[in-house]
Design a protein around this ligand. Structure first.
Ligand SMILES: Cc1cc2nc3c(=O)[nH]c(=O)nc-3n(C[C@H](O)[C@H](O)[C@H](O)COP(=O)(O)OP(=O)(O)OC[C@H]3O[C@@H](n4cnc5c(N)ncnc54)[C@H](O)[C@@H]3O)c2cc1C
Length: 522
Protein backbone atom coordinates (compact mmCIF):
# COMPACT_ATOMS: atom_id res chain seq x y z
CA UNK A 1 0.00 0.00 0.00
CA UNK A 2 2.77 2.38 1.07
CA UNK A 3 4.75 1.60 -2.08
CA UNK A 4 1.68 2.37 -4.17
CA UNK A 5 1.24 5.77 -2.47
CA UNK A 6 4.89 6.65 -3.10
CA UNK A 7 4.61 5.46 -6.67
CA UNK A 8 1.48 7.59 -7.22
CA UNK A 9 3.24 10.59 -5.69
CA UNK A 10 6.27 10.23 -8.02
CA UNK A 11 4.00 9.75 -11.02
CA UNK A 12 1.93 12.85 -10.23
CA UNK A 13 4.90 15.16 -9.60
CA UNK A 14 7.27 13.73 -12.20
CA UNK A 15 7.90 17.07 -13.94
CA UNK A 16 8.83 18.64 -10.61
CA UNK A 17 11.35 15.88 -9.86
CA UNK A 18 12.75 16.19 -13.37
CA UNK A 19 13.50 19.89 -12.70
CA UNK A 20 14.87 19.39 -9.19
CA UNK A 21 16.98 16.27 -9.73
CA UNK A 22 17.32 15.25 -13.35
CA UNK A 23 18.31 18.60 -14.88
CA UNK A 24 21.14 19.32 -12.39
CA UNK A 25 22.30 15.69 -12.46
CA UNK A 26 22.34 15.74 -16.27
CA UNK A 27 24.36 18.97 -16.24
CA UNK A 28 26.95 17.61 -13.80
CA UNK A 29 27.25 14.31 -15.64
CA UNK A 30 27.52 15.92 -19.09
CA UNK A 31 30.22 18.29 -17.83
CA UNK A 32 32.16 15.40 -16.33
CA UNK A 33 31.92 13.40 -19.58
CA UNK A 34 32.94 16.42 -21.64
CA UNK A 35 36.02 17.17 -19.54
CA UNK A 36 37.01 13.51 -19.36
CA UNK A 37 36.64 13.11 -23.10
CA UNK A 38 38.86 16.15 -23.75
CA UNK A 39 41.57 14.95 -21.37
CA UNK A 40 41.55 11.43 -22.76
CA UNK A 41 41.61 12.62 -26.38
CA UNK A 42 44.37 15.19 -26.06
CA UNK A 43 46.61 13.70 -23.35
CA UNK A 44 46.01 9.99 -22.87
CA UNK A 45 45.23 8.54 -26.27
CA UNK A 46 47.72 5.72 -26.07
CA UNK A 47 46.89 2.52 -27.98
CA UNK A 48 48.28 0.62 -24.96
CA UNK A 49 45.46 1.90 -22.77
CA UNK A 50 42.89 0.45 -25.17
CA UNK A 51 44.79 -2.83 -25.51
CA UNK A 52 44.95 -3.23 -21.73
CA UNK A 53 41.23 -2.57 -21.36
CA UNK A 54 40.49 -5.12 -24.07
CA UNK A 55 42.71 -7.69 -22.35
CA UNK A 56 40.76 -7.18 -19.13
CA UNK A 57 37.50 -7.86 -20.96
CA UNK A 58 38.99 -10.99 -22.50
CA UNK A 59 40.06 -12.14 -19.04
CA UNK A 60 36.52 -11.68 -17.70
CA UNK A 61 35.12 -13.75 -20.55
CA UNK A 62 37.73 -16.48 -20.29
CA UNK A 63 37.16 -16.77 -16.56
CA UNK A 64 33.42 -17.05 -17.13
CA UNK A 65 33.91 -19.73 -19.81
CA UNK A 66 36.20 -21.67 -17.46
CA UNK A 67 33.78 -21.51 -14.57
CA UNK A 68 30.85 -22.68 -16.69
CA UNK A 69 30.56 -26.38 -17.28
CA UNK A 70 29.31 -27.49 -20.68
CA UNK A 71 26.04 -28.89 -19.41
CA UNK A 72 25.17 -25.57 -17.78
CA UNK A 73 26.13 -23.61 -20.87
CA UNK A 74 23.72 -25.32 -23.17
CA UNK A 75 20.51 -24.80 -21.27
CA UNK A 76 20.54 -22.32 -18.40
CA UNK A 77 20.19 -18.62 -19.35
CA UNK A 78 21.89 -17.51 -16.15
CA UNK A 79 25.04 -18.94 -17.63
CA UNK A 80 24.93 -16.57 -20.56
CA UNK A 81 26.74 -13.24 -20.89
CA UNK A 82 25.67 -9.69 -21.68
CA UNK A 83 27.24 -6.25 -21.26
CA UNK A 84 27.06 -4.80 -17.76
CA UNK A 85 25.56 -1.47 -18.91
CA UNK A 86 22.35 -1.23 -16.87
CA UNK A 87 19.10 -1.00 -18.80
CA UNK A 88 18.32 2.45 -17.41
CA UNK A 89 21.50 3.87 -18.97
CA UNK A 90 20.59 2.97 -22.54
CA UNK A 91 18.57 5.02 -25.01
CA UNK A 92 16.30 2.09 -25.75
CA UNK A 93 12.88 2.51 -24.19
CA UNK A 94 12.87 -0.80 -22.39
CA UNK A 95 15.02 -2.21 -19.65
CA UNK A 96 16.03 -5.69 -20.66
CA UNK A 97 14.94 -8.21 -18.05
CA UNK A 98 17.63 -10.57 -19.32
CA UNK A 99 20.24 -8.32 -17.65
CA UNK A 100 19.04 -9.46 -14.25
CA UNK A 101 19.71 -13.11 -14.97
CA UNK A 102 22.88 -13.12 -17.02
CA UNK A 103 26.56 -12.84 -16.24
CA UNK A 104 27.63 -9.26 -16.85
CA UNK A 105 30.80 -8.34 -18.71
CA UNK A 106 32.11 -4.91 -17.83
CA UNK A 107 32.93 -2.97 -21.00
CA UNK A 108 34.46 0.34 -19.93
CA UNK A 109 35.34 1.66 -23.35
CA UNK A 110 34.44 5.35 -23.66
CA UNK A 111 37.18 6.91 -25.79
CA UNK A 112 37.96 8.23 -29.24
CA UNK A 113 41.20 6.44 -30.05
CA UNK A 114 42.48 7.95 -33.27
CA UNK A 115 41.54 10.37 -36.02
CA UNK A 116 43.45 9.26 -39.11
CA UNK A 117 43.02 11.97 -41.72
CA UNK A 118 45.26 10.13 -44.21
CA UNK A 119 43.04 7.06 -44.32
CA UNK A 120 40.00 9.20 -43.51
CA UNK A 121 38.79 7.05 -40.63
CA UNK A 122 38.19 7.54 -36.92
CA UNK A 123 38.77 4.69 -34.47
CA UNK A 124 36.29 4.60 -31.63
CA UNK A 125 35.47 2.62 -28.54
CA UNK A 126 31.83 1.47 -28.41
CA UNK A 127 30.56 3.77 -25.70
CA UNK A 128 31.61 6.96 -27.43
CA UNK A 129 28.46 9.02 -27.82
CA UNK A 130 27.36 11.06 -30.82
CA UNK A 131 27.62 14.28 -28.75
CA UNK A 132 31.18 13.42 -27.72
CA UNK A 133 32.16 12.53 -31.29
CA UNK A 134 30.82 15.64 -33.02
CA UNK A 135 32.33 17.93 -30.40
CA UNK A 136 35.73 16.34 -31.01
CA UNK A 137 35.67 15.95 -34.79
CA UNK A 138 34.08 19.24 -35.88
CA UNK A 139 36.83 21.50 -34.46
CA UNK A 140 39.30 19.34 -36.43
CA UNK A 141 37.33 19.98 -39.62
CA UNK A 142 35.93 16.46 -39.95
CA UNK A 143 32.68 14.62 -39.36
CA UNK A 144 31.23 11.17 -39.96
CA UNK A 145 28.76 10.82 -42.84
CA UNK A 146 25.88 9.72 -40.57
CA UNK A 147 25.37 11.35 -37.16
CA UNK A 148 22.19 10.02 -35.51
CA UNK A 149 20.58 13.01 -33.85
CA UNK A 150 20.53 12.47 -30.13
CA UNK A 151 23.65 13.33 -28.12
CA UNK A 152 23.55 10.16 -26.01
CA UNK A 153 23.36 7.50 -28.74
CA UNK A 154 26.47 5.32 -28.63
CA UNK A 155 28.64 3.89 -31.39
CA UNK A 156 28.14 0.33 -30.05
CA UNK A 157 24.36 0.71 -29.79
CA UNK A 158 24.07 2.20 -33.26
CA UNK A 159 26.13 -0.56 -34.89
CA UNK A 160 24.43 -3.34 -32.96
CA UNK A 161 21.04 -1.66 -33.16
CA UNK A 162 19.58 0.88 -35.54
CA UNK A 163 21.57 3.86 -36.89
CA UNK A 164 19.66 6.17 -39.16
CA UNK A 165 19.86 9.88 -39.84
CA UNK A 166 18.93 12.47 -42.43
CA UNK A 167 22.01 11.72 -44.55
CA UNK A 168 20.97 8.04 -44.74
CA UNK A 169 19.35 8.62 -48.13
CA UNK A 170 22.90 9.04 -49.42
CA UNK A 171 24.99 6.82 -47.14
CA UNK A 172 22.65 4.11 -45.81
CA UNK A 173 22.57 3.03 -42.18
CA UNK A 174 25.29 3.58 -39.55
CA UNK A 175 26.73 0.15 -40.32
CA UNK A 176 27.37 1.20 -43.91
CA UNK A 177 29.92 3.84 -42.91
CA UNK A 178 31.90 1.43 -40.72
CA UNK A 179 35.06 -0.04 -42.20
CA UNK A 180 36.17 -2.46 -39.48
CA UNK A 181 35.22 -3.90 -36.10
CA UNK A 182 37.27 -5.43 -33.30
CA UNK A 183 35.17 -8.15 -31.68
CA UNK A 184 35.74 -10.39 -28.71
CA UNK A 185 34.08 -13.71 -29.49
CA UNK A 186 32.22 -15.71 -26.82
CA UNK A 187 35.31 -17.88 -26.23
CA UNK A 188 37.44 -14.80 -25.45
CA UNK A 189 39.32 -14.59 -28.77
CA UNK A 190 39.84 -11.10 -30.22
CA UNK A 191 39.21 -10.86 -33.96
CA UNK A 192 39.16 -8.10 -36.51
CA UNK A 193 36.34 -8.03 -39.03
CA UNK A 194 36.51 -6.02 -42.26
CA UNK A 195 34.96 -6.49 -45.71
CA UNK A 196 38.07 -8.54 -46.57
CA UNK A 197 38.98 -10.23 -43.27
CA UNK A 198 36.31 -12.31 -41.46
CA UNK A 199 33.89 -10.69 -43.87
CA UNK A 200 30.89 -12.78 -42.83
CA UNK A 201 31.28 -11.58 -39.28
CA UNK A 202 31.69 -8.01 -40.53
CA UNK A 203 28.34 -8.15 -42.33
CA UNK A 204 26.65 -10.20 -39.60
CA UNK A 205 27.43 -7.92 -36.64
CA UNK A 206 25.05 -5.00 -37.43
CA UNK A 207 21.63 -5.36 -35.78
CA UNK A 208 22.81 -8.50 -33.95
CA UNK A 209 22.36 -6.75 -30.57
CA UNK A 210 25.55 -8.11 -29.06
CA UNK A 211 24.53 -11.73 -29.55
CA UNK A 212 27.53 -12.72 -31.67
CA UNK A 213 30.30 -11.11 -29.65
CA UNK A 214 31.40 -8.00 -27.77
CA UNK A 215 32.37 -5.00 -29.86
CA UNK A 216 35.49 -3.30 -28.49
CA UNK A 217 36.27 -0.83 -31.27
CA UNK A 218 35.09 0.29 -34.68
CA UNK A 219 36.62 2.29 -37.49
CA UNK A 220 34.28 4.69 -39.23
CA UNK A 221 34.76 6.79 -42.34
CA UNK A 222 35.20 10.53 -41.92
CA UNK A 223 34.41 13.28 -44.41
CA UNK A 224 35.24 17.01 -44.37
CA UNK A 225 32.86 19.07 -42.26
CA UNK A 226 31.50 22.46 -43.23
CA UNK A 227 30.47 25.30 -40.96
CA UNK A 228 26.76 25.49 -41.71
CA UNK A 229 23.84 23.61 -43.07
CA UNK A 230 21.63 25.58 -45.40
CA UNK A 231 18.14 24.29 -44.68
CA UNK A 232 15.24 24.69 -47.07
CA UNK A 233 11.76 24.05 -45.70
CA UNK A 234 8.98 23.15 -48.13
CA UNK A 235 5.45 22.63 -46.80
CA UNK A 236 3.31 19.89 -48.31
CA UNK A 237 -0.49 19.90 -48.33
CA UNK A 238 -1.25 16.27 -49.11
CA UNK A 239 0.27 12.82 -48.75
CA UNK A 240 0.49 12.57 -52.48
CA UNK A 241 2.56 15.76 -52.64
CA UNK A 242 4.84 14.58 -49.83
CA UNK A 243 5.54 11.18 -51.33
CA UNK A 244 6.07 12.56 -54.84
CA UNK A 245 8.54 15.07 -53.50
CA UNK A 246 10.49 12.51 -51.48
CA UNK A 247 10.57 10.08 -54.38
CA UNK A 248 11.85 12.79 -56.64
CA UNK A 249 14.53 13.92 -54.19
CA UNK A 250 15.81 10.39 -53.59
CA UNK A 251 15.54 9.15 -57.16
CA UNK A 252 18.78 7.43 -58.07
CA UNK A 253 18.00 7.62 -61.76
CA UNK A 254 18.02 11.38 -61.51
CA UNK A 255 21.76 11.66 -60.97
CA UNK A 256 21.84 15.36 -60.21
CA UNK A 257 19.24 15.43 -57.45
CA UNK A 258 20.49 13.28 -54.56
CA UNK A 259 23.87 14.95 -54.66
CA UNK A 260 22.42 18.41 -54.33
CA UNK A 261 21.52 17.80 -50.73
CA UNK A 262 23.38 16.29 -47.81
CA UNK A 263 20.38 15.89 -45.51
CA UNK A 264 16.73 15.08 -46.04
CA UNK A 265 13.87 14.53 -43.62
CA UNK A 266 10.19 15.41 -43.32
CA UNK A 267 8.09 16.19 -40.28
CA UNK A 268 4.43 15.36 -40.65
CA UNK A 269 2.30 17.43 -38.30
CA UNK A 270 -1.06 16.07 -39.51
CA UNK A 271 -1.88 13.40 -42.05
CA UNK A 272 -1.91 15.88 -44.90
CA UNK A 273 0.32 18.62 -43.57
CA UNK A 274 4.05 18.31 -43.35
CA UNK A 275 7.33 20.02 -44.06
CA UNK A 276 10.10 18.52 -46.18
CA UNK A 277 13.48 19.68 -44.93
CA UNK A 278 16.47 19.60 -47.26
CA UNK A 279 19.94 20.50 -46.02
CA UNK A 280 23.19 21.26 -47.75
CA UNK A 281 26.52 21.71 -45.97
CA UNK A 282 28.25 24.97 -46.75
CA UNK A 283 31.05 27.15 -45.39
CA UNK A 284 29.51 30.46 -46.24
CA UNK A 285 26.23 31.75 -44.99
CA UNK A 286 25.80 34.65 -47.35
CA UNK A 287 22.51 35.68 -45.85
CA UNK A 288 24.00 36.55 -42.47
CA UNK A 289 20.65 37.51 -41.06
CA UNK A 290 19.32 34.02 -41.47
CA UNK A 291 21.88 32.22 -39.28
CA UNK A 292 19.90 30.43 -36.61
CA UNK A 293 21.97 29.04 -33.74
CA UNK A 294 19.50 26.33 -32.83
CA UNK A 295 21.70 24.93 -30.08
CA UNK A 296 21.44 28.04 -27.86
CA UNK A 297 19.71 27.12 -24.64
CA UNK A 298 16.80 29.50 -25.02
CA UNK A 299 15.85 28.19 -28.46
CA UNK A 300 12.57 26.29 -28.81
CA UNK A 301 12.35 22.57 -29.48
CA UNK A 302 13.19 22.02 -33.13
CA UNK A 303 9.88 20.56 -34.29
CA UNK A 304 8.04 23.48 -32.67
CA UNK A 305 10.35 25.89 -34.49
CA UNK A 306 9.54 24.17 -37.80
CA UNK A 307 5.82 24.09 -37.08
CA UNK A 308 5.58 27.76 -36.09
CA UNK A 309 7.83 29.19 -38.79
CA UNK A 310 7.71 26.98 -41.85
CA UNK A 311 4.55 24.85 -41.91
CA UNK A 312 2.54 27.52 -43.64
CA UNK A 313 4.87 29.22 -46.07
CA UNK A 314 8.19 27.40 -45.96
CA UNK A 315 11.48 29.28 -46.04
CA UNK A 316 15.16 28.75 -45.43
CA UNK A 317 17.86 29.38 -42.85
CA UNK A 318 21.49 28.62 -42.05
CA UNK A 319 22.23 26.50 -38.98
CA UNK A 320 25.73 25.76 -37.58
CA UNK A 321 26.56 22.12 -38.33
CA UNK A 322 26.83 21.06 -34.67
CA UNK A 323 23.47 22.67 -33.89
CA UNK A 324 21.93 20.91 -36.87
CA UNK A 325 23.25 17.50 -35.85
CA UNK A 326 21.76 17.72 -32.37
CA UNK A 327 18.60 19.69 -33.23
CA UNK A 328 16.27 17.03 -31.83
CA UNK A 329 18.17 16.53 -28.55
CA UNK A 330 16.38 19.18 -26.44
CA UNK A 331 12.87 18.02 -27.43
CA UNK A 332 13.92 14.33 -27.66
CA UNK A 333 12.17 14.61 -31.01
CA UNK A 334 8.77 15.36 -29.35
CA UNK A 335 8.95 12.97 -26.44
CA UNK A 336 9.81 15.80 -24.03
CA UNK A 337 6.33 17.30 -24.33
CA UNK A 338 5.00 14.35 -22.29
CA UNK A 339 7.90 14.26 -19.84
CA UNK A 340 8.42 17.96 -19.17
CA UNK A 341 5.54 19.88 -20.79
CA UNK A 342 6.83 23.19 -19.45
CA UNK A 343 10.21 22.61 -21.13
CA UNK A 344 9.37 24.62 -24.25
CA UNK A 345 7.84 27.55 -22.41
CA UNK A 346 9.96 30.69 -23.15
CA UNK A 347 10.26 31.60 -19.42
CA UNK A 348 11.45 28.12 -18.59
CA UNK A 349 13.92 28.14 -21.47
CA UNK A 350 15.47 31.49 -20.49
CA UNK A 351 15.65 30.71 -16.78
CA UNK A 352 16.50 26.99 -16.67
CA UNK A 353 17.29 26.16 -20.28
CA UNK A 354 21.05 26.56 -19.66
CA UNK A 355 20.95 23.40 -17.58
CA UNK A 356 21.55 20.32 -19.69
CA UNK A 357 18.63 18.65 -21.37
CA UNK A 358 17.34 15.84 -19.19
CA UNK A 359 19.23 12.68 -20.08
CA UNK A 360 16.91 9.89 -21.21
CA UNK A 361 18.92 7.49 -19.07
CA UNK A 362 18.40 9.57 -15.91
CA UNK A 363 14.71 9.98 -16.74
CA UNK A 364 14.31 6.22 -16.64
CA UNK A 365 15.45 6.30 -13.01
CA UNK A 366 12.29 8.24 -12.18
CA UNK A 367 10.04 5.62 -13.70
CA UNK A 368 7.65 3.97 -11.33
CA UNK A 369 5.69 0.82 -12.06
CA UNK A 370 2.74 3.04 -12.94
CA UNK A 371 4.63 5.20 -15.44
CA UNK A 372 6.36 2.14 -16.89
CA UNK A 373 2.99 0.44 -17.45
CA UNK A 374 1.55 3.65 -18.87
CA UNK A 375 4.53 3.97 -21.15
CA UNK A 376 4.17 0.46 -22.52
CA UNK A 377 0.39 0.44 -22.80
CA UNK A 378 -0.56 4.05 -23.60
CA UNK A 379 2.45 5.25 -25.52
CA UNK A 380 4.13 4.21 -28.71
CA UNK A 381 7.76 4.49 -29.74
CA UNK A 382 8.33 2.69 -33.01
CA UNK A 383 10.52 3.16 -36.06
CA UNK A 384 9.45 1.20 -39.12
CA UNK A 385 11.47 1.03 -42.33
CA UNK A 386 9.30 0.54 -45.40
CA UNK A 387 10.08 0.69 -49.13
CA UNK A 388 9.45 4.19 -50.44
CA UNK A 389 6.86 2.92 -52.90
CA UNK A 390 4.42 2.13 -50.05
CA UNK A 391 5.01 5.32 -48.04
CA UNK A 392 1.61 6.88 -48.65
CA UNK A 393 -0.22 3.68 -47.80
CA UNK A 394 1.94 3.25 -44.67
CA UNK A 395 1.06 6.69 -43.36
CA UNK A 396 -2.64 6.06 -43.92
CA UNK A 397 -2.26 2.75 -42.06
CA UNK A 398 -0.39 4.34 -39.12
CA UNK A 399 -2.94 7.14 -39.01
CA UNK A 400 -5.68 4.57 -38.56
CA UNK A 401 -3.77 2.54 -35.96
CA UNK A 402 -2.11 5.29 -33.92
CA UNK A 403 -3.10 8.78 -35.07
CA UNK A 404 0.07 10.08 -33.41
CA UNK A 405 1.74 13.23 -34.69
CA UNK A 406 4.28 14.53 -35.54
CA UNK A 407 5.68 11.63 -37.54
CA UNK A 408 9.37 11.51 -38.40
CA UNK A 409 9.97 10.64 -42.04
CA UNK A 410 13.57 9.80 -42.91
CA UNK A 411 14.72 8.14 -46.15
CA UNK A 412 17.52 5.56 -46.08
CA UNK A 413 19.26 3.75 -48.91
CA UNK A 414 19.48 0.02 -48.19
CA UNK A 415 20.70 -1.93 -51.17
CA UNK A 416 19.88 -5.55 -51.80
CA UNK A 417 22.98 -7.73 -52.12
CA UNK A 418 25.63 -6.30 -54.37
CA UNK A 419 28.52 -8.42 -55.59
CA UNK A 420 30.90 -9.08 -52.67
CA UNK A 421 28.57 -7.52 -50.11
CA UNK A 422 26.58 -9.72 -47.80
CA UNK A 423 23.36 -8.61 -46.19
CA UNK A 424 22.83 -9.66 -42.62
CA UNK A 425 19.50 -9.23 -40.92
CA UNK A 426 18.44 -6.46 -43.23
CA UNK A 427 18.05 -8.05 -46.61
CA UNK A 428 15.69 -6.14 -48.87
CA UNK A 429 13.54 -8.52 -50.86
CA UNK A 430 12.00 -5.98 -53.18
CA UNK A 431 13.92 -4.37 -56.02
CA UNK A 432 13.46 -0.97 -54.38
CA UNK A 433 16.54 0.10 -52.46
CA UNK A 434 15.17 3.33 -51.00
CA UNK A 435 13.45 2.86 -47.67
CA UNK A 436 11.69 5.37 -45.47
CA UNK A 437 11.88 5.27 -41.72
CA UNK A 438 8.56 6.29 -40.24
CA UNK A 439 9.13 7.23 -36.59
CA UNK A 440 6.03 7.20 -34.39
CA UNK A 441 6.63 8.64 -30.93
CA UNK A 442 3.89 9.69 -28.51
CA UNK A 443 0.47 8.88 -27.14
CA UNK A 444 -1.90 7.41 -29.74
CA UNK A 445 -5.18 9.25 -30.24
CA UNK A 446 -7.40 6.41 -31.37
CA UNK A 447 -10.22 5.31 -29.10
CA UNK A 448 -9.80 1.95 -27.39
CA UNK A 449 -6.07 1.82 -28.21
CA UNK A 450 -4.41 -1.42 -27.11
CA UNK A 451 -0.66 -1.22 -27.63
CA UNK A 452 -0.07 -4.90 -28.24
CA UNK A 453 -2.89 -5.26 -30.78
CA UNK A 454 -2.03 -2.10 -32.74
CA UNK A 455 1.68 -2.84 -32.77
CA UNK A 456 1.08 -6.42 -33.87
CA UNK A 457 -1.07 -5.18 -36.75
CA UNK A 458 1.61 -2.64 -37.66
CA UNK A 459 4.30 -5.34 -37.56
CA UNK A 460 2.20 -7.59 -39.81
CA UNK A 461 1.70 -4.71 -42.21
CA UNK A 462 5.43 -3.94 -42.30
CA UNK A 463 6.28 -7.63 -42.85
CA UNK A 464 3.85 -7.76 -45.71
CA UNK A 465 5.55 -4.71 -47.30
CA UNK A 466 9.00 -6.33 -46.88
CA UNK A 467 9.97 -3.70 -44.35
CA UNK A 468 11.77 -3.81 -41.00
CA UNK A 469 11.07 -2.79 -37.42
CA UNK A 470 13.77 -1.03 -35.38
CA UNK A 471 14.50 -3.46 -32.59
CA UNK A 472 15.17 -0.97 -29.82
CA UNK A 473 11.40 -0.47 -29.81
CA UNK A 474 8.80 -2.87 -28.46
CA UNK A 475 8.64 -5.97 -30.65
CA UNK A 476 5.46 -8.02 -30.28
CA UNK A 477 6.19 -10.57 -32.97
CA UNK A 478 6.34 -14.29 -32.34
CA UNK A 479 9.67 -15.90 -33.09
CA UNK A 480 8.34 -17.27 -36.35
CA UNK A 481 7.12 -13.83 -37.47
CA UNK A 482 10.41 -12.32 -36.38
CA UNK A 483 12.28 -14.77 -38.56
CA UNK A 484 10.04 -13.85 -41.48
CA UNK A 485 10.92 -10.17 -41.15
CA UNK A 486 14.65 -10.57 -40.59
CA UNK A 487 16.88 -12.76 -42.72
CA UNK A 488 18.53 -15.19 -40.28
CA UNK A 489 20.66 -17.19 -42.72
CA UNK A 490 23.96 -15.43 -42.09
CA UNK A 491 23.17 -14.99 -38.39
CA UNK A 492 22.38 -18.68 -37.77
CA UNK A 493 25.53 -19.67 -39.55
CA UNK A 494 27.69 -17.28 -37.49
CA UNK A 495 25.95 -18.28 -34.26
CA UNK A 496 26.77 -21.95 -34.86
CA UNK A 497 30.32 -21.13 -35.83
CA UNK A 498 31.27 -18.64 -33.11
CA UNK A 499 28.85 -19.41 -30.29
CA UNK A 500 28.10 -23.14 -30.47
CA UNK A 501 27.49 -23.38 -26.72
CA UNK A 502 25.14 -20.40 -26.70
CA UNK A 503 27.12 -18.37 -24.19
CA UNK A 504 25.39 -15.31 -25.60
CA UNK A 505 21.61 -15.08 -25.87
CA UNK A 506 19.70 -15.40 -29.10
CA UNK A 507 18.57 -12.10 -30.58
CA UNK A 508 14.84 -12.86 -30.23
CA UNK A 509 15.43 -13.65 -26.57
CA UNK A 510 16.81 -10.12 -26.16
CA UNK A 511 14.37 -8.02 -28.09
CA UNK A 512 10.94 -9.66 -27.89
CA UNK A 513 8.38 -8.04 -25.58
CA UNK A 514 7.46 -11.39 -24.06
CA UNK A 515 10.95 -11.43 -22.57
CA UNK A 516 11.17 -7.71 -21.90
CA UNK A 517 8.12 -7.25 -19.72
CA UNK A 518 7.45 -10.48 -17.87
CA UNK A 519 6.54 -8.40 -14.80
CA UNK A 520 3.25 -7.23 -16.21
CA UNK A 521 0.95 -8.75 -18.78
CA UNK A 522 0.64 -6.78 -22.00
C1 LIG B 1 13.56 8.84 -28.35
C2 LIG B 1 14.48 8.00 -29.20
C3 LIG B 1 14.98 8.53 -30.38
C4 LIG B 1 15.84 7.78 -31.18
N1 LIG B 1 16.34 8.35 -32.30
C5 LIG B 1 17.15 7.65 -33.09
C6 LIG B 1 17.70 8.22 -34.27
O1 LIG B 1 17.46 9.35 -34.59
N2 LIG B 1 18.48 7.45 -35.03
C7 LIG B 1 18.78 6.17 -34.68
O2 LIG B 1 19.49 5.51 -35.39
N3 LIG B 1 18.29 5.63 -33.57
C8 LIG B 1 17.48 6.31 -32.77
N4 LIG B 1 16.98 5.74 -31.64
C9 LIG B 1 17.21 4.31 -31.35
C10 LIG B 1 18.62 3.94 -31.04
O3 LIG B 1 19.31 3.77 -32.24
C11 LIG B 1 18.68 2.65 -30.28
O4 LIG B 1 18.14 2.85 -29.03
C12 LIG B 1 20.08 2.08 -30.29
O5 LIG B 1 20.07 0.78 -29.82
C13 LIG B 1 21.13 2.93 -29.58
O6 LIG B 1 20.94 3.04 -28.22
P1 LIG B 1 22.17 3.00 -27.21
O7 LIG B 1 23.31 3.74 -27.80
O8 LIG B 1 21.70 3.41 -25.87
O9 LIG B 1 22.55 1.45 -27.25
P2 LIG B 1 22.14 0.29 -26.26
O10 LIG B 1 20.67 0.28 -26.11
O11 LIG B 1 23.00 0.32 -25.06
O12 LIG B 1 22.60 -0.97 -27.11
C14 LIG B 1 21.79 -1.57 -28.09
C15 LIG B 1 22.15 -3.05 -28.15
O13 LIG B 1 23.49 -3.20 -28.57
C16 LIG B 1 24.21 -3.99 -27.63
N5 LIG B 1 25.54 -3.41 -27.49
C17 LIG B 1 25.86 -2.14 -27.26
N6 LIG B 1 27.20 -2.01 -27.17
C18 LIG B 1 27.71 -3.24 -27.33
C19 LIG B 1 29.05 -3.78 -27.32
N7 LIG B 1 30.11 -3.00 -27.14
N8 LIG B 1 29.22 -5.11 -27.52
C20 LIG B 1 28.14 -5.91 -27.69
N9 LIG B 1 26.88 -5.47 -27.70
C21 LIG B 1 26.66 -4.15 -27.52
C22 LIG B 1 23.45 -3.89 -26.33
O14 LIG B 1 23.63 -5.05 -25.56
C23 LIG B 1 22.02 -3.75 -26.81
O15 LIG B 1 21.43 -5.00 -27.01
C24 LIG B 1 16.16 6.46 -30.81
C25 LIG B 1 15.67 5.93 -29.62
C26 LIG B 1 14.84 6.68 -28.81
C27 LIG B 1 14.33 6.09 -27.54
Amino acid sequence: MEAKVISNFFTKYRSFFVCIFILPASTVYNSYRYIRSRIMFYFMRSPDLHDNRVKKIQEQIRQFVKSTSLSEKSSVPSRQMCTSRPGWQTMSVHEGEYKKKMHKIDIKLFDILEVDTQRQVVKLEPRVTMGQLTRTLLPLGWTIPIVPELDDLTVGGLIMGFGIETSSFRYGLFQHICTSYEIILPDGRLVKATPEENSELFYGIPWSYGTLGFLVSAEIRIIPAHKFVHLTYTPTQSLDELTKMLRNLTDVQNQSLPTQYDFLEALLFKKDHGVVIMGRMTDSADKQKKINRLGRYWKPWYYKHVESNFLKNGGDEYVPLLDYYHRHTSGLFWEMQDILPIGNNPFFRYILGWLAHPKPSFLKLLQTDITRKQYVNLHVVQDMLVPIEVLEDTIVFFHREFNTYPLWICPARISASKPNILNGFIKPTSSCDMFIDVGIYGAPRVSGFIAKDSCRRAEAYVRQCSGFQALYADCYMTQEEFRQMFDHRLYDNLKDRYDPNRLLPDIYQKVACVNRYPQFPL
